[in-house]
Design a protein around this ligand. Structure first.
Ligand SMILES: *[C@@H]1O[C@H](CO)[C@@H](O)[C@H](O)[C@H]1NC(C)=O
Ligand SMILES: *[C@@H]1O[C@H](CO)[C@@H](O)[C@H](O)[C@H]1NC(C)=O
Ligand SMILES: *[C@@H]1O[C@H](CO)[C@@H](O)[C@H](O)[C@H]1NC(C)=O
Ligand SMILES: *[C@@H]1O[C@H](CO)[C@@H](O)[C@H](O)[C@H]1NC(C)=O
Ligand SMILES: *[C@@H]1O[C@H](CO)[C@@H](O)[C@H](O)[C@H]1NC(C)=O
Ligand SMILES: *[C@@H]1O[C@H](CO)[C@@H](O)[C@H](O)[C@H]1NC(C)=O
Length: 425
């Protein structure tokens, strides 16, 4: 039996050292309000949708009741616009009293009572992006302490209303302050997104040492154009971005907008498939109360989540781009692979695409591979390295393939046995 090196089995980082808080060994999964609910503070006329403890509790209920939690979606987080416009008399952040009458500690307790984790938001700067009190250099320690007292499990630290020098001091300082609280708090840094996302302005080695995840690029909007922009940017800059990711430190292409208004069913599959290839955090930003069965079907695809959560934590890469087909590949544990073929064209029919394992650079197992269509949930068969793989990809759609080597059945891990039909095992 050919065993991979121990470091690979244990998913140890080979490149960079990682923030030592033991958290997020796989990309975080959960729910974030921002993309869908924005800064809606109007609880008078829109009580069901305003940013409030009511909304967060409702989402926590849905995550716990509708099968999300079992699949790994565990963080229920706040984003901007939760706080009051002023700090309290002791200089601490405090929630808006009308929208969060029970306070943040009680809200965290509620989320925890559902077996979930709770995250909060602040901004390394004078104000948050929507004009609420920010975390300035002199309030970092107070805020870290406040969040720990509230039993927060994750902090997203945005970067509006500050300059590069304040950020360069503030983000590492918050990392130390969080550590000093002794509470494990996952740390999401928006810092690189404010510096163009690329070296030399962004130092990804440093980010991996102080943050668990970071937004690299602009905010996602509810449109296919926005999803394509993000995919294109991650593809174009993958040499710089890909090595930065690993267990405990993730690139974040931003929230999942599946279940909202802007994406078709096929386009929704593209976002989910590419986010799995990119080892991206999976934060759903949509209304779980009204989500369609179709959206849920995509977001709850177990094998896709298994790919996203792969223990090696190696981010995938775009390996080819021709005739508006893009092929993306991710190396997974136990000799497995995921391959996404995206049809970026609008030619109105499913377009045929032919390849083989050799062309995909998947040659490790000479006997060949079993291939499974993840989104259609169909077993395609066993393929030798030179056998043609024929697929059809819908306009602005994707086919996501999962490949298992024929030569190493001993590698099969328990989770995969529960997910895959017998023919694939
Ligand atoms: C703080 O950092 C130390 C040393 O890097 C680490 O061992 C410890 O687990 C960290 N604690 C928290 C709460 O992150
Ligand atoms: C933040 O506030 C400080 C102190 O009032 C001020 O000097 C600075 O210009 C402000 N920065 C931004 C980006 O607004
Ligand atoms: C950045 O902001 C800080 C504090 O607000 C200020 O002291 C500093 O001069 C600013 N630096 C630059 C390069 O603008
Ligand atoms: C990036 O950060 C790392 C770790 O802090 C440091 O060793 C390295 O010198 C930095 N690189 C640059 C180009 O500043
Ligand atoms: C999509 O198609 C356009 C036009 O051919 C191309 O420029 C782009 O790189 C493709 N990929 C993405 C992710 O937008
Ligand atoms: C494919 O590979 C097998 C051995 O792996 C070989 O016998 C066969 O001739 C090859 N077929 C083609 C079309 O190259």
């Amino acid at each position: 039996m050919l065993l991979p090196p121990l470091s690979i089995l244990l998913g140890l980082a080979t490149c960079c050292s990682t923030l030592d808080n033991g958290l997020l060994r796989t990309p975080p999964m959960g729910w974030l309000p921002w993309e869908r609910f924005r800064c809606n503070t109007d609880c008078k006329t829109d009580p069901e949708n305003c940013i409030s403890e009511y909304l967060i509790k409702k989402m926590a209920d849905k995550i716990a009741e509708d099968g999300w939690k079992e699949l790994g979606y565990e963080y229920v987080n706040l984003d901007d616009c939760w706080s009051a416009k002023e700090r309290d008399s002791q200089g601490r952040l405090q929630p808006d009293p009308d929208r969060f009458p029970s306070g943040i500690k009680a809200l965290a307790d509620y989320v925890h009572s559902k077996g979930l984790k709770f995250g909060i938001y602040s901004d390394m700067g004078n104000y948050t992006c929507n004009g609420y009190p920010g975390t300035t250099l002199d309030t970092i320690e107070t805020d870290a302490k406040t969040f720990a007292e509230w039993e927060v499990d994750m902090l997203k630290l945005d970067g509006c209303y500050s300059n590069s020098s304040v950020k360069a001091i503030g983000y590492p300082k918050m990392s130390i302050a969080l550590n000093k609280t002794a509470r494990p708090i996952a740390y999401s840094c928006s810092w690189p997104a404010y510096e163009g996302g690329l070296p030399p302005k962004v130092n990804y080695t440093l980010l991996g040492e102080i943050c668990n995840l970071w937004r690299n690029f602009g905010d996602i909007q509810d449109s296919w154009e926005s999803v394509l922009d993000i995919i294109e940017w991650f593809g174009n800059n993958q040499e710089k971005l890909q090595p930065a990711a690993g267990p405990g430190r993730w690139n974040d292409p931003d929230m999942l907008i599946i279940g909202n208004f802007g994406l078709s069913y096929e386009q929704s599959k593209v976002q989910m498939a590419l986010w799995a290839i990119l080892a991206a955090p999976l934060f759903i930003s949509s209304d779980l109360r009204t989500m369609s069965e179709e959206a849920k079907y995509i977001l709850q695809n177990q094998l896709l989540i298994y790919i996203n959560q792969d223990a090696l934590g190696i981010q995938g890469q775009r390996i080819s781009k021709t005739h508006r087909f893009e092929v993306w590949k991710r190396t997974l544990i136990n000799g497995q692979f995921a391959v996404a073929v995206m049809n970026n064209g609008t030619d109105g029919r499913p377009r045929p695409f032919a390849t083989n394992l050799a062309l995909l650079g998947i040659l490790d197992c000479k006997e060949g591979y079993k291939i499974y269509d993840v989104l259609e949930q169909v077993f395609l068969g066993e393929f030798a390295l030179n056998t043609t793989i024929n697929i059809k990809v819908t306009p602005t759609g994707v086919v996501l393939l999962f490949l298992m080597p024929l030569c190493s059945s001993t590698y099969f891990t328990k989770p995969i046995l529960r997910i895959l039909p017998l023919e694939v095992q």
